[in-house]
Design a protein around this ligand. Structure first.
Ligand code: MG
Ligand code: NI
Length: 476
């Protein structure tokens, strides 16, 4: 059998790794593609028997990349088990932490992981097509991007304390208020952060006008549903509100959905080829109920953002992409607009008298045996669902993570890129980088998806119509 292994350089800019199979038809053209996640550590099972109050503290074991997002969702699920409304100050401080988390994660995705492709060129030397290459080529932009990420990380540290993995958001509220010095630091650093996101937005819009038209067409352009949280006036929301589904024509398909009822409208399909479950919108069935979550979805489902500068950018975004942006490549653009929204909301929260309150936590016991917490993680909607016994010991845990919800969309994106570039069973030069970039539009966290701490190798297989492997590419 003519199976061939090509080893290429070990550079990767996806958080974690996976395997991609590309299926060819009998003329050697691409039929379909699958993005497999091949490792699973059963985190949900691992939690059974532990007190639900520990969940916020062990979130770093769910994912070392997004522990903050898991901590916030865990705290919300915990509030439900206590059956309490948390103090306003606690809610607003949690929101501030989530805004810091979205900012730092989006800055990492845009400046460190993705912009080297746009700014240095898809086919530039892979050894230089990374943040170090960017520093050499455009030191001001690279430095600004690094500092913007640092800003978001510092907001999280100011609130949560310096100790790594210390659970700050807990069932009933948060452990400590924000200090005056912390507020001053954030306030002082905001103008620079606004300037950086402005710079990145003009740069990206200019690239869209001059050279990224093909990517917009090829990197995951297709209709689907979109899901995200929206506030009570239809505004952009990240930690509260209700769930909304919108289709590609802009019709609101479902609205005012509570996370408590997620099993009524979300199905979780299991495929033999992946440990990553594929959630879908239940009324539309599988796989018709494919939906996308994350920055693009949040901008699509909301009526408006609710802050001045971000709303101006949203208006321009919609002029360019239509009321509903269907190209997954525009996740990058959406991410920048969301950073702007986060900075504006952080600024508003700093001036909010509510966050000065010292009462920030409700004490309580087990008052309900079940709770679902939902929060918008940078990558998309995150659900934590717990069932406990009378003593608060976890009987069942279900996590629905963003990367799982985007699984079907990532498959479609990989298939679209493969169809464009692969012909006659040949993997052309530069293909691997493009397919990786296609996946990177979604900024997946494979660590979250598998609840695995380690890294998995990216592995691409070309599978012929008769099932034989024509070609394999590995990247460690
Ligand atoms: Mg699950
Ligand atoms: Ni993660």
């Amino acid at each position: 059998m003519a199976s061939k292994t090509v080893v290429i350089d070990p550079v990767t800019r996806i958080e974690g790794h996976a395997k991609i199979s590309i299926f060819l038809n009998d003329t050697g053209e691409v039929d379909d593609a699958r993005f497999h996640v091949v490792e699973y550590r059963g985190f949900e099972k691992f939690c059974e028997g532990r007190p639900f109050t520990e969940m916020a503290g062990i979130t770093a074991r769910i994912c070392g990349i997004c522990p903050t997002s898991h901590q916030l969702a865990a705290a919300k699920a915990g509030d439900k088990i206590l059956a309490v409304n948390i103090p306003k100050a606690a809610d607003k401080l949690r929101r501030m932490m989530n805004l810091g988390q979205i900012t730092q994660s989006h800055a990492l995705s845009f400046f460190h992981l993705s912009s080297p492709d746009f700014l240095l060129g898809w086919d530039s030397d892979p050894a230089k097509r990374n943040v170090f290459g960017l520093i050499a080529e455009n030191p001001d932009l690279a430095r600004a991007g690094i500092r913007l990420r640092q800003f978001g990380q510092t907001v999280i540290e100011i609130l949560g304390g310096q100790k790594i993995h210390a659970p700050w958001a807990v069932p009933g509220g948060v452990r400590s208020p924000i200090t005056a010095e912390g507020k001053t630091w954030i306030r002082d650093r905001l103008p620079e952060s606004f300037a950086t996101v402005d710079l990145a937005l003009s740069l990206f819009k200019n690239l869209l006008d001059t050279q990224l038209q093909d990517e917009v067409q090829i990197f995951g352009e297709f209709p689907s549903l979109f899901m995200g949280l929206v506030g009570k006036n239809g505004e952009w929301e990240h930690h509260g509100g209700h769930l909304r589904f919108t289709d590609s024509q802009g019709n609101i398909v479902a609205d005012n959905k509570s996370e408590d009822d997620y099993q009524e409208f979300l199905g979780e399909a299991v495929e033999s080829w992946s440990y990553l479950k594929s959630p879908y919108y239940k009324p539309w069935g599988y796989p018709n109920g494919i939906y996308r979550v994350g920055p693009l979805a949040r901008l699509n489902v909301c009526d408006h953002i609710g802050t001045e500068a971000a709303d101006r950018e949203l208006q321009e975004f919609r002029q360019r992409a239509g009321r509903i942006a269907t190209s997954s490549f525009l996740y990058h653009y959406a991410r920048l607009i969301e950073i702007l929204a986060c900075l504006e909301q952080i600024q508003k929260l700093l001036d909010d008298p509510d966050i000065k309150a010292s009462r920030i936590r409700v004490q309580g016991g087990v008052n309900q045996l079940e709770g679902v917490g939902v929060s918008e993680a940078p990558r998309g909607t995150l659900f934590h669902h717990y069932q406990v016994d009378e003593n608060g010991l976890l009987q069942k845990v279900n996590l629905i993570i963003a990367t799982g919800q985007n699984n079907l969309a990532m498959n479609k994106t990989v298939a679209q890129i493969a169809k464009h570039y692969i012909h006659n069973s040949e993997i052309p030069e530069g293909f691997l980088n493009r397919v990786e970039a296609g996946i990177r539009c979604f900024d997946p966290c494979l660590s979250c998806s598998t609840h695995a701490a380690g890294q998995m190798p990216l592995h691409i297989q070309l599978v012929a119509a008769d099932g034989t492997i024509v070609k394999e590419v590995y990247r460690n």
